[in-house]
Design a protein around this ligand. Sequence first.
Ligand SMILES: Cc1cc2nc3c(=O)[nH]c(=O)nc-3n(C[C@H](O)[C@H](O)[C@H](O)COP(=O)(O)O)c2cc1C
Length: 325
Amino acid sequence: MTNLSTNYLGLKLNNPLIVSSSGLTNSVEKIKKLEELGAGAVILKSLFEEQIQAEAGHMISDNSYPEAQDYLLQYTKSNSVEEYLQLIENAKKAVSMPVIASINCITASDWINFADDIAKAGADALELNIYFLPTQKEFSSEKYEDLYYDVITKVRKKTRIPVAIKIGMQFTNLVKLIHNLYIRGANGVVLFNRFFAPDIDIENMKFTVANVFSSPADIRDSLRWVGIISDQVEKMDIAASTGIHDGKAVIKQILAGAKAVQMCSVLYMQGVEKIPVIRKELETWMEQHHFKSIEEFRGKLNLRQIPDPSIYERTQFMKHYSSYQ
Ligand SMILES: Cc1cc2nc3c(=O)[nH]c(=O)nc-3n(C[C@H](O)[C@H](O)[C@H](O)COP(=O)(O)O)c2cc1C
């Protein structure tokens, strides 16, 4: 018998396929369907720090951008914090797979008090999507990174619920950053978030939005770093994310060391019915290779198998690029 179960953030998942935080996970009906189709866990649609702050009566008063205030008030009205707690409670009653809440944040401010409400509502874990664009030359890199440390340190003081940090990959020393998050109490890391990206309409000379969905080729950065982090920060659980569109990508990420994978774009583009297809691909591959459990092959191809990644990278680079004349 092939056992697809995995342990992520101290939670037992029936299989490693997690549905990412998005509109795919914003209602109990959708979440129930995802479980029926065989998802291993869900990350709820994110609640934004600004929503929590606004409802707590902060921020609105000292925000110097009136347009932003209007938007915030509008947004908050239709996405209340209370509704979010209700969603957690109802989802927990409706499904047996883990339900992980998500907060999108940029500061370590008052919103952190809310982390405990999330735990009390019954969420199995909390994913923190931390992102802000470093655009100020007055700020050192360390100062930006301190913000990530502040968030996890303060959240850890508020609640014992398992916490994963969802990050982008643009850090000078990702290994050190993730190690520091681990020693401050993070249980897992999501590699990587895919951010809203701008494009330019050259006819109208205006900023527009680039494609919000990933493509299968987008797996490569995540794959490299999952392979490095699973060796260098061994105790940190990793959920691979971005560009995972089929069973092959899931297998690659587990071979690199991921404990679970998150999927979003493929489910928007091909429908949530893709979940059992991907699950079957994983199961069939495991049977063909005589693996009875995920742990038997997880990390088999991580950095430990490639002792000097710089030489590996450089050799490959020389080999492949020299063949193009
Ligand atoms: C329509 C849409 C909505 C999303 N909403 C959220 C969100 O609320 N919170 C979050 O952390 N990520 C959000 N994301 C990012 C996804 O969770 C995921 O990290 C990203 O799309 C990369 O995975 P993929 O390549 O499987 O799409 C969203 C993505 C899409 C396409």
